[in-house]
Write a protein that binds this ligand. Structure first.
Ligand SMILES: [Zn+2]
Length: 96
C-alpha cells in the first residue's frame, strides 16, 4: 500500500464531508489508484464509495482500506436533505 499524503482515513473524511454538505456545499470523493497512482474524482455528488475503479488502468481500489479525500464546492442548488438524510446517503457500499 502506498502512503499518500493527500488521502485520509475513510470514516474521518466522510465525517468531515458531511459537515460541508450540512453547510450546503456539494462534495465529490477523491481517491488515488492503488496500482498506478492516478488521482481520481468521483462523478457522483455527496456520495462516498468504498471501492473505486481507475479510469486509466481499470484497477479496483479498496478505498476504505486506502483512504480518500474530497473536494467541496459551493452549489447554487444545495441539497435540501436533512442532516439525517445526508448521513444515511453519504456512504455507498458499492463499487464505482
Ligand atoms: Zn490506475
Amino acid at each position: 500500500m502506498k502512503n499518500n499524503k493527500h488521502d485520509h482515513p475513510f470514516d474521518q473524511v466522510v465525517e468531515s464531508a458531511i459537515k460541508k454538505m450540512e453547510d450546503g456545499m456539494t462534495v465529490f470523493q477523491k481517491f488515488t489508484c492503488s496500482k498506478c497512482g492516478q488521482r481520481l474524482t468521483m462523478d457522483v455528488p455527496n456520495k462516498f464509495f468504498v471501492e473505486g475503479t481507475c479510469d486509466k488502468c481499470g484497477t479496483i481500489t479498496d478505498i476504505r482500506k486506502q483512504g480518500c479525500n474530497y473536494m467541496a464546492m459551493y452549489s447554487s442548488d444545495p441539497t435540501k436533505a436533512t442532516p439525517a438524510q445526508i448521513v444515511a446517503a453519504a456512504v455507498d457500499k458499492k463499487r464505482h
